[in-house]
Design a protein around this ligand. Structure first.
Ligand SMILES: [Zn+2]
Ligand SMILES: [Zn+2]
Length: 388
């Protein structure tokens, strides 16, 4: 029986598991049912299982042969605070929570690969199956790393995969180097002097200062960041004042920054703080900036990306592997694992054309047809990298 035959046999079982997880979505760091399901499935197929790595994370370990080399495969388990619009039988049973990013599929594909590799032991070495909590902005990858993930489960390389709507099922997309942006949030508190709306001479107008800061910040990407680097700075909130006839004492600006390297991100941070402080000072006001780095840029190791692309091509043919697709401005917290261990994050097609719905949309669903392909590519990464 070929590898793909075995995994196709697992298709039905994976579909059942995927739909069960979809029906029971849990938010970041609340993935107790999901983690329990994952731990049970891993233990049932003969993996060593460690629970509560980074709160609700789970790691399964499988050994074969005498080899000591180890690699890590990672999936995310959390859902989103979205009210599901779908009406199919496996729709969310948890009001206001939904697997709208396909992490139910990612978890299932990794379980499928674990089951297959546990049955065949078709490799020589160690595989760590890393099931991460809280990818959607709550810091699950960092929590696992701070809990000693790579000291307790050392890996020479780590691989992860996200579904991509719009890419046909049976296709993969692999990019070398930077792939997804790092992200930060910022808040600027402007303090002036409140006064009657008809007596501006008595005020330091915080609304006018906030407006000048919002405009001045747009010079940072345009004038301070190197033109060959891609970056975004968006002011997304301006709040100030409650009345027609009151110049408010204070105003707030908030927004987000995206960039593909930590250097560009900190260059923007420095310029943002300086601009806000000094524009405010020019008007006689004060500005305090809080800049919070949320996601590191996702940067694939060139060699590991070539390797992953080759494995994908062996599975689905070179023509079905999109090499070096455009940069993605969204962020992904697998980036923090890639900062510790070289590896590659890549995309698996979730289907294109009619019925293809974007992630984070209330009508989204992971495409079960992708399950055997995803499980196969993860298993092939292990079989190729840790060949007998
Ligand atoms: Zn998401
Ligand atoms: Zn996601």
């Amino acid at each position: 029986m070929t590898m793909t035959d075995r995994i196709v046999r697992l298709h039905e079982e994976m579909t059942r598991i995927r739909r069960d997880i979809h029906a029971h979505p849990e938010l970041g760091f609340e993935e107790r049912r999901t983690a329990e399901l994952v731990a049970k499935e891993l233990a049932a197929c003969g993996c060593e299982v460690v629970r509560n790595v980074g709160k609700t994370g789970v790691v399964g370990t499988l050994r074969a042969g005498k080899g000591a080399r180890a690699i890590g495969l990672r999936a995310d388990m959390d859902a989103l605070p979205i009210r599901e619009a779908n009406t199919f039988a496996h729709r969310s049973q948890h009001e206001g929570r939904m697997h709208a990013c396909g992490h139910d599929g990612h978890t299932t594909m990794l379980l499928g690969a674990a089951k297959y590799l546990a049955e065949t032991r078709s490799f020589d070495g160690v595989v760590h199956f890393i099931f991460q909590p809280a990818e959607e902005g709550l810091g699950g990858a960092r929590a696992m790393i701070e809990d000693g993930l790579f000291e307790r489960f050392p890996c020479e390389a780590v691989f992860g995969m996200h579904n991509r709507p719009g890419l046909p099922v049976g296709s993969f997309a692999v990019r070398s180097g930077p792939m997804m942006a790092g992200g930060a949030f910022f808040d600027i508190q402007v303090t002036g002097r409140g006064a009657h709306g008809a007596r501006p001479e008595k005020s330091v107008d915080s609304v006018l200062v906030a407006a000048h800061i919002a405009v001045a910040l747009q010079a940072i990407v345009a004038r301070n960041a190197p033109p060959a680097e891609t970056a975004v700075l968006s002011v997304t909130k301006i709040h100030g004042g409650d009345a027609y006839n009151v110049i408010p004492q204070s105003a707030q600006l908030s927004g987000t920054v995206r960039a593909f390297s930590r250097d560009v991100m900190s260059l923007i941070e420095q310029n943002l703080k300086r601009t806000a402080t000094h524009v405010a000072q020019a008007f006689g006001a004060q500005a305090e900036t809080d800049f919070r780095f949320i996601f590191a840029p996702t940067v694939n190791d060139t060699k590991e990306a070539e390797f992953a692309a080759r494995v994908c091509a062996e599975l689905v043919g070179k023509d079905n592997v999109e090499r070096n697709p455009p940069l993605i401005m969204a962020s992904e917290d697998f980036s923090f694992m890639l900062e510790k261990v070289p590896g590659c994050y890549f995309n698996i097609g979730n289907g294109s054309g009619e019925g293809s719905c974007d992630v984070h949309n209330p009508a989204y669903d992971f495409n079960d047809e992708a399950l055997p392909l995803g499980a196969s590519v993860l298993a092939r990464i292990v079989e190729t990298r840790l060949a007998k």
